[in-house]
Design a protein around this ligand. Sequence first.
Ligand code: LFR
Length: 478
Amino acid sequence: MPRPLYSAALDFGATSGRVILGCWSGQRLTLNEVHRFPNAFHTLGAHDYWDLGTLWQEAQTGLRKAVAALPRGATLASVGVDFWGVDYALVNDTGRLVFPVHAYRDARTQAGLKRLANTRAALARIYEATGIPNVFYNSSLQLAEVVASCPAIEDLATRCLFLPDYINFLLSGRMENEFTIASTSQLIDVHSRGWSRAALDYFRIPPQWFTPPVMSGTKLGRLRPELAAGSPALARTQVIAVPGHDTACAYDAMPASPDGNDLFLSSGTWSLVGFESDRPVLGADALAARISNERIGDGRYRPLTNVIGLWLLEGTLKDFASRPGSDREWAALISTAEKLPAPAALLDVTDPAFANPASMKAAIDGQLRKRRIRPPANLAAYVRLICDSLGRGHADAMRAFERMTGKKFTRILMVGGGSKNRLLCAATAREAGIPVISFALEGTAVGNLARQLIALGAVKDLPTFRRLLGAHLKQTVY
Ligand code: LFR
């Protein structure tokens, strides 16, 4: 039996993050969550910002805890970073931040969003060039807004690093743009692996801010000496550019059947419903269905639709003092919601009013009142309404893919926080009319670790990893 190999996944989500120590035995991956932390953006004046200093502190704390959890004498072979999509840091040649890091829910992109939406020809041209629809959070719109409102930025910034790229730089000293995270920006050419000149020109974004993207699995070098200081376990740790986009990692972790008939659902703050493909899904229908042709670490495609997800539930809970505080209270709430009669009408989950409302409950009530439907009576009834409505949203996305590709999906594979939510899994299966297989798995961290193991030569390739992973996974079928 080979010696166990240890790697750490730094997995940053928009509402929480975690550091997971993975141990690979040669056949089997075991996970040890050594650190978990909350995350949120902060509103200052009219804008929303991430607290990057705190995230970096949490990353370092997590690394220290990972080292503390290693068996005596063992070393950490590698570390990989994944993040939510689209957000970035503007830096100068030395890596110094030259602009505050905005959060993607900041309303600053609204004017650009409307302008592009109202220019049909440009809208179609940008979609055909990048495969990414016009969505409020796109890095393209965010960067266009900075360049237009703060022209001096063109002199100050020399590089645009997406957030995983920036943390990779802090860890390794090397500045690179990783391909999967770059593909969420709406600035990558959908037919190649490079930047789209058409998109950079349209949004007036300086092309010199980017370098040709590196593919997932690229070794960026050793952990900076000052981070490894004093710890022999970190002296030879490699920083590996895993898929920097959390959704790309989550999709990598899907124990998919090789027949290609599985639909993937990574369920967290967002619900990412999609599949893997050798070709992008383009054209007017795909644009109308808001299909995002994001990329896999090996260059292929992940056509997916972004459904609002558990953000709806997370927001609604904030409006109830009676929200659950423990796993036991959560289970009780879900049980109560399960026993309620099915809601008479479901929410339209595509409503832009849900993007970043001051009160989610008020936004839900507002939509229902407009449709002359009485809002739910209590928290359990909101939970039921939200889960059933998301189930419908997932099924709608599936049907749009089937219509456009002629595919027929036979199973839905579900990972992420929402895969532990029985109500959501059951509603998705009911609405889609095919089985949901829930893996109750930290998909993003597992995909992150998988790409490290492949880069280290410990696992041959992704199909091999998926096969070995699937053999040991606990699954629940709905
Ligand atoms: C999920 C995710 C989605 C992306 C959204 C915004 O965490 O990465 O894939 O569309 O966050 O970045």
